[in-house]
Design a protein around this ligand. Sequence first.
Ligand SMILES: Cc1ncc(COP(=O)(O)O)c(C=O)c1O
Length: 385
Amino acid sequence: MRESFVAQRHKTVKSSLMEQVAELSKGMDDLIDLSIGDPDFTTPAPILEAGYKDALAGYTHYSPGKGYPDVIQAVVDTYKNDLGIAIGPENVIIVASGDYASFQAAFATIDPGDEVLIPDPSFMCYQYHVKYSGGVPVMVPTGPEDGWRFKAKEAEKYVTEKTKGIYICTPNNPTGACLHPEDLQEIYELAEKYDLLIYSDEIYTAFSYDVPFQSMLSVPGAAKRTVVINSMSKNYVATGARLGWVIAPKEIIGAIAMEGLHMVYSAPSISQRMARFALTEGKPYMAPIMAEFKERMFKTAERINKIPHLHVPSPPPGTFYLFVDVRETGLSDLEFALKVLKDAHVALVPGSDFGDCGAGFVRICATVGLPKLMEAMDRIEALGL
Ligand SMILES: Cc1ncc(COP(=O)(O)O)c(C=O)c1O
């Protein structure tokens, strides 16, 4: 018998530090879990009810492969009304989550050996989406001195003749960094210069505090070489809906539709009905939730900066993550996270989980209410690290 039936490509996938933290925290009754980027809010009832009502009316079948036309139209209208960006329905496909949007975008566009630039640190799945597609992820450093903004000038140092694409994420998980209009312009110019495709993850659009959110699609000329990844998960606190969308040139949408046909056929129909309502009528229900996230972020950042040896940008730039500098404690990010977990029963994620440049930082998710966040900070301060 073979030693293993598992494909070679899986041998390059290492388990995350986040998983290790989750394992170690099992059985802690008083755990304050600030490790997972899953909003604590239940999706607003009217969004859920819209899905339920439509399901009762018969939306329980496969949808068309690219998604229901009125959901596609809702994405088109959202980009037009919220961001002033004109796209056509032929540029949109509804898919099963933002994660899958990124995977499908990579799988549809990357050939074996293609190199793809990825900001370091960033959402850990990008590099695996590139690897699963046969490509080579190339991590491009970002750092606190630039507020973790991904700079085209730095990225250019890593361009080779094999470079095919470049990932951006604004606001960024885990750093919260928001790309400014000039950053986007320079990334676009880099992509033009070397004929690159831009994968633009826009999943945290509602959490941009530093500058108003700007899509890569708003840069004149960028649409022809941009693949936008977005989902219901964060902007509509609906991680369980597993519903996302891709906006891209028609040819790429066609390739994604073809692979989707053979992988999943269509995105979940009931979640699509939720998305239709959320995108067209959901904003008023989201406003108080977004206000609460902002208050949590701003107050927790202030509180963290009062703890000796810990530093974080205040006010925070974006997302619901605080990327805290723990280098002054003399501990590595993993040591810090393990100590805080064992001695204070607070779960955080070591920054190096998101790339080597995250070493010395830990990610705190503002996914519990302020009283719990403050209690977590009190517990950490009491450790005297
Ligand atoms: C930057 C980023 N992109 C994509 C995703 C995937 O989101 P989902 O698959 O829940 O839509 C996440 C999830 O945390 C994320 O942080």
